[in-house]
Design a protein around this ligand. Structure first.
Ligand code: NAD
Ligand code: TDX
Length: 342
């Protein structure tokens, strides 16, 4: 594989961990559409993994392996047979991490450690997917945004295990020469997102005749990016990112939760006040905001789904048309929230 300039001009073999999840499956579809690479997905198929998100992929370019990223023997064999690893697999939901942190340590910390050990043994290019939540939160009235130089200050078991995994990757670059890059992205939305997450939960509530549920006052701000834009950014970094560097990914999509709920209600023809306030999340981060200037100026990436309301409308249509994808998880998810007063 050539370093410098545009990498991966030839067809390479990419191992995508967590490829049956929301963003990982989006990236697999993106690779199929935009490159000639072959892809192996390694996924444990936890409650968050869904093979239906990977239907229709060409058998000559795609294979699926069910397994745990913390399984050192399995991981070693798979990493040895691939040119690059793009690591999405994680326990990803803050609310779950507040109920039961253990799987977050096992997957996000030990799983990442297992993968980078294999990647260093085999000299394999590694891209680590992370989140803006490692930086903690910003005040609502603070004009600042996160940059690659913002100090780490995570709030939840989820974000602290993601921060730990980022630091492991950085240390492996420095100490062992791991050929790695890291990206920290803001909140994603789009098709195939689990109904436990904010936007799909509210859309599917409305589609079922239930009211959206807003934590606390709804002032908390998230910086929304379409999952397709996240995928194009990751491919850009994989191809042209500098080894050892971190890139922040964001699309200038700051909205508070109240605005998002009102937009969903408006777009579904409901009164804008037809939602319920429920118990707030303990330790709830106030605001995330990403400055993605480094990625844009150094690597020339730009987001294509800049109109959040249009993206949200298309996402609502997708959930309306794909009830069979989300309905099996809906009742159990809502029962869990109800038990927490959420
Ligand atoms: P998700 O929960 O939808 O998917 C996670 C996937 O990982 C699932 O398919 C699951 O089966 C798999 N998985 C979990 N534990 C595993 C294990 N031990 N071994 C193998 N596979 C395992 O998550 P997502 O929202 O698609 O997030 C993917 C990645 O992107 C995560 O690393 C997350 O931290 C990061 N991220 C997410 C967002 C967001 O808004 N969702 C934003 C920034 C970064
Ligand atoms: O029912 C809800 N009502 C509500 O008001 C839910 C599920 C959430 N919320 C609020 C909490 C947050 O302020 O909406 C906001 C978004 O919540 P989540 O979808 O749980 O996302 P968040 O906690 O911001 O984390 C997400 O973005 C960063 C992903 O889940 C992480 O994996 C990613 O790292």
């Amino acid at each position: 594989m050539a370093h410098g300039g545009r990498r991966y001009a030839r067809r390479v073999r990419i191992l995508v961990t967590g490829g049956a999840g929301f963003i990982g499956s989006n990236f697999v579809h993106h690779l199929m559409a935009e490159t000639g690479h072959t892809v192996t997905v390694l996924d444990k198929l936890t409650y968050a993994g869904n093979l239906a998100s990977l239907e229709g992929l060409p058998a000559d370019r795609y294979a699926f392996v069910k397994g745990d990223i913390a399984d050192a023997e399995l991981v070693d064999g798979l990493v040895a047979g691939h040119d690059a690893v793009v690591h999405y697999a994680a326990e990803s939901h803050n609310d779950n991490s507040l109920q039961d942190p253990r799987p977050f340590l096992d997957t996000n910390i030990v799983g990442t450690y297992t993968l980078i050990e294999a990647a260093r043994r085999h000299g394999t290019r590694f891209h680590h997917i992370s989140t803006d939540e490692v930086y903690g939160d910003l005040e609502l009235d603070d004009p600042a945004r996160f940059t690659e130089r913002t100090p780490y200050n995570p709030s939840s078991p989820y974000s602290s295990t993601k921060a730990g995994s980022d630091l492991l990757v950085r240390a492996w670059v420095r100490s062992f020469g791991l050929q790695a890059t890291i990206s920290n992205c803001s909140n994603n939305y789009g098709p195939y997102q689990h109904v436990e997450k904010f936007i799909p939960r509210q859309i599917t509530n409305v589609l079922r005749g239930e009211r959206p549920k807003l934590y606390g006052t709804g002032e908390n701000v998230r910086d929304w990016i379409h999952a397709n834009d996240h995928s194009s950014a990751v491919l850009t970094i994989l191809e042209r990112g500098r080894i050892g560097e971190t890139y922040l990914i964001g699309a200038d999509g700051e909205r508070n939760n109240l605005e998002v709920v009102r937009a969903i209600l408006r777009l579904t023809g409901q009164p804008e006040d037809a939602f319920d306030h429920v118990n707030d999340r303990p330790g709830h981060d106030l605001r995330y905001a990403i400055d993605s200037a480094k990625l844009r100026t150094e690597l020339g990436w730009t987001p294509r789904y800049a109109d959040f309301e249009a993206g949200l409308a298309a996402t609502i249509d997708w959930y309306r048309e794909h009830e069979s994808w989300w309905a099996p998880a809906k009742d159990a998810t809502e029962a869990k929230y109800k038990a927490q007063g959420q």
